[in-house]
Design a protein around this ligand. Structure first.
Ligand code: CDP
Ligand code: CDP
Length: 209
């Protein structure tokens, strides 16, 4: 069983995916971390972010076992990740590793931008999780404050919009709902309500409905 969860930045994909994986005893992969790991490796090595051959080589060296959310969480790494994510050779390398992961038993949850459309088009359940840009920016902003940081809401909002444009506008694997995805707009939903809505969809699929 593969559960594919896609959607824009700060829609709540990660939070939902972790809860689902825990509930069903499935393995979880946040595929955004694979793009972040390749981006961090380039930055650490002092290599350019606009050379596709170099970035593709870094992407082939990413190890799924070494992905650490805390080390990869910075804003600069996220920005760099979304820049190299437009490169087909970077995507090819990371998608291959993600597909290998998706075959783990007894089941997997993968979250990202192109899981239902490109990485696992045959996934048993596809969810497209979204929320308005204002709500997503507010969630990001609250998260930064909660971690003791400082932020400007307008700047966070501008950032969310820029990330959306880059993710939806790229030629290779743009962010969009798969034709057979269930849409889940969490603008007015808390984490538990979003989880219950997702659970109902997954249970129906598991019971062959
Ligand atoms: O957490 P946040 O929403 O900021 O982003 P992320 O999931 O960590 O992903 C960072 C960047 O990687 C995204 O902006 C995408 O450009 C890219 N990405 C992608 O292209 N395809 C995926 N399956 C996952 C992430
Ligand atoms: O993975 P993605 O970037 O899509 O989002 P996330 O990191 O799972 O969620 C972003 C923030 O929104 C987290 O702080 C969640 O606790 C919060 N959230 C929420 O407030 N309400 C929801 N329905 C889902 C997430």
């Amino acid at each position: 069983m593969i559960i594919a969860i896609d959607g824009p930045a700060a829609a709540g994909k990660g939070t939902l995916s972790r809860k689902i994986a825990e509930t069903y005893g499935f393995h979880h992969l946040d595929t955004g971390l694979t793009y972040r790991a390749a981006a961090k490796a380039l930055i650490d090595a002092g290599l350019p972010l606009d050379d596709e051959a170099v970035a593709g080589k870094m992407a082939r060296e990413v190890e799924l076992s070494g992905l650490d959310r805390d080390i990869l969480s910075s804003h600069a790494i996220g920005e760099a990740a979304s820049k190299i994510a437009v490169m087909p050779s970077v995507r090819r390398a990371l998608v291959e590793a993600q597909r290998d992961f998706s075959r783990r038993e007894p089941g997997t949850v993968l979250d990202g931008r192109d899981i239902g459309t490109v990485v696992c088009p045959d996934a048993g359940v596809k969810l497209y999780v979204t929320a308005s840009p204002e709500v997503r920016a507010r969630r990001r902003y609250d998260e930064i404050l909660l971690r003791g940081g400082t932020a400007d809401y307008e700047a966070v909002f501008a950032d969310v919009k820029k990330r959306d444009e880059r993710d939806m506008g790229r030629a290779d694997s743009p962010l969009k709902p798969a034709e057979d995805a269930h849409l889940l707009d969490t603008s007015e939903m808390g984490i538990e309500a979003a989880f219950q809505a997702a659970k109902a969809i997954i249970d129906a699929a598991l019971n062959g409905k």
